[in-house]
Each structure stands twice: as C-alpha cells, then as structure tokens.
Design a protein around this ligand. Structure first.
Ligand code: SF4
Length: 445
C-alpha cells in the first residue's frame, strides 16, 4: 500500500477541524484501496524543518494545501523536499494552485528547482483520484501530464505542462458524505464549525477567483446533506456554524433547505456566520434570513464608485444596500466589505464610499486589494498597470488611478477617522484585520 501525505501549514484551527476548513476532509474516502492517508500538520514555515517532517512519514506522494500568504513557503518547501527526496511528487492544492499566480510568486522569490512539483487546479476532489490511480499503476511524474486539472512543473524549461484548467465537481451530492462518519473532534473544543452549502458563484467579479468559473452557476448540496450537516454540528455542540457558500441569499431554495433543517430539528442554540448579497434580501429571503441567529453576516459592497464598479463587474446600488441594512438591522448589524485600491477608483471615490457607510447601521471592513489567483485582475494586471507584492499575498501596491502614496494617504484617513471622536451610526471600522476604532464606545443602532 502506498502512503499519501496530506499536508498543511499551521492554521488557527488544529487537527481535523483544519482539514475540514481546508476542504481536505473528504479525501481519505476518495483515494482508493491502494493508498493510505497520512495527515501531516507542518510545524511552521521553515522549509528544511517541514521537508524533514514530511520525509519522516516516508510518503509516496504528497498533497500540500497553501493559502495565498503561504505560496512562498510552499515553493521553498518544494525545493527543500526536492533535494531531500526527489522521487516523491508534491502537488499543491487550494485556490492558489494556479500556474500564472505561482509563476508570479516564483518571479518574486526565486527559481523553483524541484523536479517533481505540480498543481491540482480547481477542486481537489475533482483532480486527485485520477492522479493517484495513475501513480498506483506505476506512472512516473511526467507521465501524469494530460490528466484533468493538473499542471506539472517542468524544472528544465521553468514552465508548466498540462491543461491546468480549473476542474470542479458538478454533482456535489456525489461526493462522499463524511458528515456522519468523520466528525471533526476539534469542533468540541473550538465550538466553531463549518457547513458547506454550495460551490461556485453566479457572479464573476474581476478581483475574485470566481472569474475562473467557465459556467457561472451555484452548485448546491441537496436538502438531506444540508440537514445532516446541521444536525451533526448541533450534536457536536458547535456554537457558531460558518456557512460555506459564495452567497446565502441569491438562491432561495438553498436558504429554504438550511432554515428547514434548523426548524425541523428544533435547533435553537447554534448561531450562523456567512456572506449575503444585499440586492436579494427582501420578501421570502429576508424572512428566512431573519429566522436564523446571525453572529456574523458579511455583505460585499466593494465600492460606490461607478468606474470601479464597472471594472469589477459588480454594480451594487448603494441606495438598495442602505435599504437592505435598515431591513435587517432588527436581527444583525452586518459587516460591509469594501476594497481599497480598486482600478477605476480614486482617493476621493474611496473616501466617499467610506463616508456613505458611516451613516448606516453597519460595521465597516476595508481590505486592501489583492490579486486573487484565477482572477481577471491578476491576468490583466499589465494592461491595467497594476503592481503587486507577490511575496505578501499579491497585495496591490498601486496603479495609474491609485498610486502607492494615495493608498497610504487613504490608510491615514481611515486611521485618523478611527482615532477621532466617533459619532457615526456605523459601529466598527477595520482595515486589513486591524480594528481602528476599538477604543471608541460602540454606538447602538
Ligand atoms: S466576490 Fe463573491 S460574488 Fe463576486 S465572484 Fe467572488 S464569490 Fe462571487
């Protein structure tokens, strides 16, 4: 029997909860009898230490999950492992497994020398089983070329082989239902849980990896799977259930399944957290959302600037958003996300977006623009004149309509706003994870 190393960097969760969060939890049931899974949580970011940790488990094949900020560490690990055991292939998975994105990181960090490095592009459950079957039947690394969703690094040419298309599972209910058999024990300690409701997205925002979907659609799990997941989480004592879906509002059937699961099983002591699209929150959707106990609801506005809205392919109407938050404030103060540094936006446009939100019963979260793997902005960055730091998660440094100095000026504007007297209707103000008005007394809405 061969050993498959299932590897990930430290996360804020540990053990099985981390596996669930990273979407790797179903793999042990999908890899066939020829393989034995070996979970390897890496101790830190030191490539030599991590490589030794992996080598000690004597794997025949390694799958490594990497978040955006971890890609430089993943590549350093690939090089270290390539030296230590050059016969063991390493496949990077997760949404960062995108050849143009990895190429940009390589250009910023140095060459990738490993002779056995590849990317599982798209949803890993759609890529890995065929790869392992081929390896088990004796295929050498470069003989895997041509398998769906696979990009193999050609160390000599410093390029990629394979189609590298974003592969995905079309029928989610065909995935093994691990919810009843493989319960993350760590949930009991953290009280945090996740429930995957759907994948895909109806939108194709230019800054998001959702640009990758060739056929924009929401693929959802069936009501029975959702019901079983809700019940499992409640039985495990989960206090906040993260709803994994691009939106929990633009598909009313999905929402009916979710709320039906809570109601039919009489679950009252479990809150939920997840994203919602403002434009759909009315009528039955509003009633269904209001039936849940929300701990955190995020709504993406991104910007109120028309030019920026056009470029990101999202045209959320600020007035409609204002009406929505007034409707939902009875059961939740939503967190509105906006982006600093969007192409087409300007310092004045950005400040005007912030001022608009200050007058609403919301919490404001500002993210500096990053170039997501698979996103249109990543692929068109030269045309748009965008420069980004690929060592630091592709954080955008500037572009013609928003210079680096102007972005810094806007950060100063936010910090001064947070430090000054707070008489706004909005509650919290946060920039890239830092609460700027934490010392202010939060205003009740
Ligand atoms: S930002 Fe949200 S709505 Fe836009 S494509 Fe991504 S997941 Fe979909």
């Amino acid at each position: 029997m061969k050993t498959l190393g299932l590897t990930f960097f430290p996360t804020q969760f540990s053990g099985e909860a981390a596996q669930y969060e990273l979407g790797m939890h179903r793999l042990p049931q999908m890899i066939g009898d020829a393989w034995r899974p070996e979970w390897i949580q890496l101790p830190g970011t030191d490539a030599a230490v991590n490589a030794r940790r992996i080598a000690d488990t004597r794997p025949d094949f390694v799958l490594l999950h990497a978040h955006r900020l971890q890609v430089p560490d993943a590549l350093a690990l690939a090089n270290a492992l390539g030296e230590l055991c050059p016969e063991v292939p390493l496949l990077q998975c997760g949404w960062t497994a995108h050849p143009p994105y990895v190429d940009a990181v390589i250009a910023a960090t140095g060459p990738l020398e490993s002779p056995v490095f590849g990317l599982a592009c798209g949803e890993v459950e759609a890529v890995l089983p065929a790869v392992l079957e081929r390896v088990a039947s004796g295929a050498a690394f470069l003989e895997l070329e041509g398998l769906p969703g696979l990009a193999l690094r050609d160390a000599r040419e410093q390029g990629w082989r394979g189609s590298a298309r974003y592969e995905y599972i079309h029928d989610l209910d065909a995935l093994p239902d691990v919810s009843l058999e493989h319960i993350p024990k760590a949930w009991k300690e953290s009280k945090a849980g996740w429930l995957e409701l759907a994948r895909g997205c109806r939108f194709r925002c230019s800054f998001c990896y959702g640009s990758a979907f060739e056929h924009p659609e929401l693929r959802r799990f069936g009501p029975e799977r959702i019901s079983a997941g809700v019940l499992r989480a409640a039985e495990q004592g989960v206090s906040v259930l993260g709803l994994l879906s691009s939106s929990n509002s633009f598909d009313v059937e999905l929402l009916r399944s979710l709320v039906g699961a809570f109601r039919s099983q009489g679950i009252r002591n479990m809150a939920v957290a997840g994203p919602v699209h403002a434009r759909y929150v009315r009528g039955e959707v509003l009633d269904l959302l209001g039936a849940l106990d929300w701990r955190l609801m995020t709504i993406g506005l991104q910007t109120t600037n028309h030019d920026a809205q056009r470029l990101i392919r999202r045209g959320d109407d600020p007035e409609a958003l204002a009406e929505t938050v007034e409707r939902i404030k009875a059961f939740i103060t939503p967190e509105i996300e906006i982006v600093l540094g969007l192409p087409g936006d300007s310092p004045e446009g950005f400040k005007s977006t912030v001022r608009f939100l200050l007058s609403l019963p919301v919490n404001i979260t500002v993210h500096t623009l990053r170039l997501d793997p698979w996103s249109s902005f990543l692929m068109e960055r030269e045309k748009l004149g965008i420069s980004a730091d690929f060592v630091k998660g592709a954080r955008v440094l500037g572009h013609p309509s928003f210079s680096a100095e102007q972005m810094e000026e806007c950060r100063t504007f936010l910090r001064e706003l947070g430090a000054g007297p707070w008489s706004y209707r909005a509650g919290q103000l946060a920039l890239d994870g830092e609460h700027l008005n934490a010392k202010q007394k939060r205003r009740a809405n």
